[in-house]
Design a protein around this ligand. Structure first.
Ligand code: AR6
Length: 174
């Protein structure tokens, strides 16, 4: 069973087996979590991302999928890059957001990563409302079939932390 924990902080400082990046399809970096991971992790991560684009994802990594690189100078061993959906009021993209978490855990299992840190995917530049994103994220991780023992949500500000805490307490029993 995966132990879900919440912490207020910066994902680049997490000393777990894997940290998840809220990337974009290009895999070539951006702002927010993505910018912080590439800045702190160094150029090895970007080099591997470029190789992945050339070898497997010529058209980019589709939303809802996940792929791993090493973590460069970060304390973690691996970065698992996933691409969240941009929030839409006209289309329900929650299945894609849930898929980000499930696929990241599947990649973690492939790597043998037992502990993983998640950011609140899609709640920044991609504008997803925090409460709903928290419910989707926590449900997906809680219901996943994985060998991961700790999934730590690393929330960047108090508002995000409070949204995840409320959603965690409100999760219906399995
Ligand atoms: N550690 C933990 N959480 C963080 C950090 C950090 N260092 N920095 C920001 N957050 P975002 P998205 C929070 O925008 O919405 C990028 O340009 C932030 O407060 O990073 O999935 C990519 O290249 C928010 O709650 O990711 C894509 O183009 C959450 O992390 C696009 O943004 C996610 O915000 C992806 O947008």
């Amino acid at each position: 069973m995966t132990n879900i924990t919440l912490t207020l902080g910066d994902i680049t400082e997490q000393n777990l087996d894997a940290v998840v990046n809220a990337a974009n399809s290009s895999l070539l970096g951006g702002g927010g979590v993505d910018g912080a991971i590439h800045r702190r992790g160094g150029s090895d991560i970007l080099d591997e991302c470029r190789d992945l684009r050339a070898s497997r994802y010529g058209k980019g990594l589709p939303a809802g999928q996940a792929v791993a690189t090493t973590a460069g100078r970060l304390p973690a061993r691996w970065v698992i890059h996933t691409v969240g959906p941009v929030f839409s009021t006209s289309e329900d993209r929650s299945a894609t957001l849930a898929s980000c978490y499930r696929e990241a855990l599947r990649v973690a299992d492939e790597l043998g990563a037992l502990t993983i840190a998640f950011p609140a995917v899609s709640t920044g530049v991609y504008r997803w409302p925090l409460d709903e994103a928290a419910r989707i994220a926590l449900t997906a991780v809680r219901d996943a079939d994985t060998a991961v023992t700790e999934a730590r949500f690393v929330l960047f500000d108090q508002r995000a932390y409070d949204a995840f805490e409320t959603a965690l307490n409100a999760l219906p029993p399995t």
